[in-house]
Ligand binder design. Sequence first.
Ligand code: NAD
Length: 289
Amino acid sequence: MRILDGKVTAAAIRAEIALEAAALEAQAGRRPGLAVLLVGDDKASQTYVRNKERACREVGFISEVHRLDAGISQQRLLDSIDALNARREIDGILLQLPLPAGLDSAPCLERIAPHKDVDGFHPQNMGRLMLGLPGLRPCTPAGVMELLKRHELSPAGQKAVVIGRSNIVGKPLAVMLGAKGPWADATVTICHSGTADLAGLSRSADFLFVAMGRAEFVTEEMVKPGAVVIDVGINVTEKGLCGDCNFASVSRVASALTPVPGGIGPMTIAMLLRNTLQAYKAHTQAQQN
Ligand code: NAD
């Protein structure tokens, strides 16, 4: 069985991004800039933000973390987003989710200027994804697609099953897989908490994508022999971090599988950097014209 190592792949992508950013800096007169808004003191969010900051530093981007009090009002949070929207040297804005209780993420995500929306969650970018138009794509599903491509695993013409229908993973991933193109073109089924016969459907998949948030839920009985399995899940358990697949069990039947950690997690951050570079290129071109 092939282990699809996201750590190694993401490191290669970061190296490419660093080279491109260094080459562009001379013309643009500035480096790409990412601003992260972190509201409250959620432990997992703090770790994610630290990892994003480190990745930015590694590729030579400027990164700012704005730490806001959990008690901030919705209006003050919107004002913080407006301030970042207005700054020319900030190319990407990321609002770390989940927000503390009492704050509504939807109007905040909609407030981020779509051209700075490096998480790809703004309705405009989601709509552009749906329509097959260029735009900033959600990082986790983009990371899944990039990992497949870089391992030359094409889902074209294959049966793909996505377990999970969230706005940040399952739904956009299903759209990307079913889009027209050489590294897509799959026939996609979306499964969710209302699905009858989940195991039967997942066993029919040539390519199985699991984004449920249920530790080690998927076992070999749910996987077709020879299937490619992408485990997006990150679950904190007593034993440490684990995915939505039982790695030992699934690896007995799958032809390829992502590890957790070290699979889609690092790919997600690499795609955040790629989106920031894409936004920077658009901004600096517009600023030069
Ligand atoms: P979510 O809770 O928003 O969605 C989970 C989905 O799984 C839902 O659509 C639900 O219908 C489905 N589901 C749950 N239990 C089910 C069941 N028993 N049968 C069928 N479907 C079921 O979660 P999310 O934000 O999409 O995240 C999913 C997982 O991916 C989590 O573990 C999360 O931590 C992880 N994640 C990882 C990354 C990364 O960078 N690797 C990024 C985002 C999320």
